[in-house]
Design a protein around this ligand. Structure first.
Ligand SMILES: [Zn+2]
Ligand SMILES: [Zn+2]
Length: 121
């Protein structure tokens, strides 16, 4: 049963959708739409940046058996200037790099980026 009330303030462009169009964040319980500005596969929460260990090699392949929670660890920048979010799986320790979505929480991103600098003082 869709709760339309929540969506009304920010109308979504309707596109062809396959399967469920939202997932629930394991950390902050936000219902997150898979569709995200600037990326084809949203795989982390735009609010707290937490992800799930679902993909094995290619983003979106959903081949990982782990299903552990992936904690946002750090930021990286690709050679083309795109920001990548580095996640570490709390279950198996695997690292993965994910594209940042246009609506990711900028404060959370910047906090994470400066955290190592603050710790070194
Ligand atoms: Zn979240
Ligand atoms: Zn894992």
């Amino acid at each position: 049963m869709p709760r339309r009330k929540d969506r009304e303030r920010r109308p979504q462009r309707s596109k062809i959708s396959t399967g469920p169009d939202t997932f629930r964040c394991v950390s902050c319980r936000l219902d997150v739409p898979f569709e995200a500005p600037g990326t084809a596969h949203r795989n982390h929460c735009p609010n707290c940046l937490t992800s799930l260990h679902l993909d094995r090699r290619v983003p979106g392949d959903r081949q990982a058996a782990c299903r552990g929670r992936m904690h946002p660890l750090s930021l990286s920048v690709r050679h083309d200037g795109e920001w990548m979010l580095i996640h570490e799986c709390v279950s198996c320790g695997e690292l993965s790099a994910n594209r940042i979505a246009g609506d990711d929480n900028a404060l959370a991103l910047v906090r994470m980026a400066v955290a190592p600098l603050m710790a070194k003082r």
